[in-house]
Design a binder for this molecule. Sequence first.
Ligand code: PGA
Length: 260
Amino acid sequence: MNKIWIGTNWKMTKSTEEGLTYIENLIPISEQLSSRIELFVIPSFTSLIPLQDSLAQTRIHLGAQNMHWENEGAYTGEISPKMLQEIGIDIVELGHSERRQYYNENDQDINKKVHAALNSGFSPLVCIGENIEQKNFAISRETLAMQLKTCLKGISKDQAEKVLVAYEPVWAIGEKGVPADPAYVSYIHHFIREVLEEMFEESSFNIPLLFGGSVNQSNFLDYIHSPHVNGLFIGRAAWTTQSFENILTVLNEQITHNYL
Ligand code: PGA
């Protein structure tokens, strides 16, 4: 795959003012990057409108961290596809492990959201990953196959080409996360590719497969060079523009020198 997808989910960490400052710094950096890099930022809902204004003329894609599957209804506290369409986002992140863990989101819910996202013109960024118990019981592959087959059930091959998948092992995410071995990541990505191919045949080749979970300045090169990894989904290590810039600059150099 020619494109390399690099993005960050800010989770619940930045005010709109902080987000705007971050974006002001990121825009000039983004302009120096190879066209092979697809860059995205996923802020909190409250920052989407002002950030969309700032990002309108740039190459940085904007995403939302979640979305309901219905366009309207009695769902207190939820944000609908129609509301996000009004803002004009590009990507909607679905099924992050924190949503699954703290808000009981399951694969069937995520499947409804994936359909709603595609019908609304967004690229769903579907997060999958096994937890430590599943890994220890040696059922990582079974878990991931089940997540993929449920979350992506019923979507057409054409629609599949708009989907992004992020493999984020739950045990690797966040402060307490243990960084995954790049060889393991490559092995799992290869397996995910096989499942996607079984589901969507040649259309699956256009689904970018990102890796996330404790990606940082010292390990990102190992991951991006791992076979079957098409991008990185970064949390903490991209929450300051300085550290994100360091990663982006090195990636860009790698592309310029044909190492990637
Ligand atoms: P992290 O977060 O990079 O801070 O581990 C990754 C994620 O939750 O997507």
